[in-house]
Write a protein that binds this ligand. Structure first.
Ligand SMILES: Cc1ncc(COP(=O)(O)O)c(C=O)c1O
Length: 481
């Protein structure tokens, strides 16, 4: 008989009791749902949309089925302890920083990081020491922290950093020398926190890069909805062997998470872990598939899907074969234009576009779409073939100088602020992170003086079709004079 993952099994047992519920949620297991909505989603979605009830569990203090499921996740991913997250990898990043850093503590952070890291600094009051990340000049791809950059930063630091924050992999599936960097940090008594939003599938097979827990990371926030099949928002937070202050971490999680977690999201985490553990063969095929697609796409005139070349990106030692990057710059168009063409002409939506590339996330169900992907690439190249090579303004992100940090991100957040036009923001101190999305990497960090180069980059991004959320178009929030 099929053995269900524990959290899902618990939900089904509860449902089988046929209770008449006088508790939240107000749709009353579908009895009160708008009929069209219920018909659309199906009865079971409502029956299983439960809350903390006798026989179920409590996310803030798991003792029952959530604990069982989290323990199973810890065993599978190789953690000492795992927590379920219903507010994305974002909540894991916030909790890691809150749990391990106190106001004034220094944290080493790659300049190419997700905005959640900056928001974690605002919450914790920690001070960033940014590590510059270089780009590959032709591919226009951001690399990883280089060992030499980390070593130099450690040498120059006149304070003992509390933590090193790493992104493993970056949005493009590129990974740095995590083993060496974890070892180096640990040898100096520095805690290693990792954003593994895009790497939950790494432990499915050795065909993928080394998972950061295996490299000895102390805490890892890991997305389960980006590549694995969990519902959107579902993620894990794992503790490695080195992290001790579980009490503070639990409290941090209570700060950043809802007290009414969706059991559908929680069950989807349990199922995603279970499914991944059962489907090693499919993941191995997927790794092979990603490499094969690269080869075939690179044979199409005007397109290039880098594989082994990715190891030439600064700081990169390995890459995720399931992250397909298609560089379109030889066609003379931007990645934004290529993505738009694929959407409009082939009903294909990609994960992300940038100045030079479109990025496709592959997971096992895509194994059936080899011909569709290849045909769309061939047609794209034929349709958009232009002349000349697109200039690569992405390089400017790397070239944006690290500007003086006038305030910490937390001080900048709480300082009186005003909104100014982008055109008059140069030299002002940013009150917010200005973050083109995707990939959600800030170009301007709160507390820093805004440089001309950063503003030029944002203008180019917008002109090329990119956007950034969080503020009125054409304005930036700065610390009031
Ligand atoms: C590298 C990276 N880290 C963290 C996040 C945040 O993850 P989530 O959207 O699950 O909160 C993202 C989201 O795109 C990301 O790309």
């Amino acid at each position: 008989m099929q053995k269900w993952p524990p959290l899902l099994a618990g939900l089904l047992v509860h449902h089988a009791q046929g209770y008449l519920g006088f508790h939240t949620p107000g749709h009353k297991q579908g009895r009160g749902a708008w009929p069209e909505w219920r018909n659309l989603l199906g009865e079971q979605v409502f029956s299983l949309d439960l809350t903390e009830l006798p026989g179920l569990d409590n996310l803030q203090e798991p003792q029952g089925i959530i604990k069982e499921a989290a323990d199973a996740a810890a065993a599978y991913f190789g953690a000492e302890k795992s927590f379920f997250l219903v507010n994305g990898t974002t909540s894991g990043i916030l909790a890691m920083l809150l749990a391990s850093c106190s106001p004034g503590d220094y944290v080493f952070i790659p300049r190419y990081c997700h905005q959640a890291v900056v928001h974690g600094l605002i919450l914790s009051g920690a001070r960033p020491v940014y590590l510059q990340v270089r780009f590959h000049p032709e591919l226009g791809l951001p690399g990883a922290v280089e060992n030499s950059v980390l070593e130099k930063a450690l040498l120059e630091a006149d304070v003992q950093p509390r933590a090193l924050f790493l992104i493993h992999p970056n949005y493009y599936g590129l990974v740095g020398d995590i083993q060496a960097q974890v070892d180096l940090a640990h040898s100096r008594g520095i805690v290693v926190l990792v954003d593994e939003a895009h790497g939950a599938h790494f432990c499915a097979s050795s065909r993928f890069p080394t998972p950061s827990l295996q490299a000895g990371a102390d805490m890892v926030a890991q997305g389960a909805h980006k590549v694995l099949g969990a519902f959107t928002q579902a993620a894990f937070l794992h503790c490695g062997r080195g992290f001790a202050d579980l009490g503070r971490l639990r409290q941090a999680l209570r700060i950043v998470q809802t007290s009414s977690p969706s059991y559908l999201l929680l069950a989807s985490l349990d199922v995603a872990r279970y499914q991944c553990s059962q489907e090693q063969e499919k993941w191995e095929k997927l790794a092979e598939f990603g490499l094969e697609l690269r080869q075939k796409i690179s044979q199409i005139p005007g397109l290039m899907a880098p594989g082994e070349e990715l190891r030439e990106v600064p700081g990169v030692v390995s890459f995720d074969p399931a992250r397909l990057i298609v560089n379109v710059s030889e066609l003379g168009v931007s990645g934004f234009e290529a993505a738009f063409w694929l959407q409009k002409e082939r009903q294909i939506l990609v994960e992300m576009a940038d100045f030079q590339n479109v990025l496709l996330i592959l997971s096992p169900p895509d194994l059936d779409y080899r011909e569709k992907i290849l045909a769309a690439c061939r047609d794209l190249a034929m349709a958009l073939k232009g002349s000349g090579k697109l200039e690569n303004p992405l390089l400017e992100l790397e070239n944006i100088p690290l500007s003086p940090q006038v305030l910490t991100p937390r001080e900048a957040f709480f300082a009186p602020r005003e909104e100014v036009a982008v055109s008059s923001a140069e030299g002002r101190v940013a009150a917010e992170a200005v973050t083109p999305y995707p990939p959600g990497v800030p170009v301007i960090f709160p507390g820093e003086e805004i440089t001309r180069e950063a503003l030029e980059y944002l203008t180019a991004w917008e002109r090329a079709g990119g956007t950034w959320p969080g503020q009125e178009r054409g304005t930036i929030q700065v610390v009031a004079d």
